[in-house]
Design a protein around this ligand. Structure first.
Ligand code: HBI
Length: 99
């Protein structure tokens, strides 16, 4: 089972993830993405969903019009693991492509 990140590794990972923050009171990371419109936001979610399935690692997220609020943690580990870093990194790549 993947282990929770050390404080040092979490800081290092967050430094490489633009706009991601630690969640107060929970071992999780979060970011709200804003897109041009709902269509772009939903397209982002659709593409991330395919990656989440491939990684077998799924976001906690909500969509309001052109924003997608995302929280990542590994439920099995009770906190942030490398799987969350991998999914966040994939989300950044997808968001950059969808502009
Ligand atoms: N997604 N965020 C997250 N955290 C998990 O622990 C997790 C998951 N997706 C699938 C998954 N675990 C499965 O491996 C377990 O439910 C068996």
């Amino acid at each position: 089972m993947t282990q929770r990140l050390s404080a040092e590794r979490r800081r290092e990972a967050l430094a490489a993830l633009p706009g991601w923050q630690e969640v107060a009171g929970r071992d999780a990371i979060a970011k709200t993405f804003t897109f041009a419109d709902f269509n772009a936001a939903f397209g982002f979610m659709a593409r991330v969903a395919l990656v989440a399935e491939k990684l077998d690692h799924h976001p906690e997220w909500s969509n309001v019009y052109r924003t997608v609020a995302v929280t990542l943690a590994t439920h099995d580990a009770g906190g942030v693991t490398e799987r969350d870093v991998a999914l966040a990194t994939a989300m950044e790549r997808i968001a950059a492509g969808s502009g």
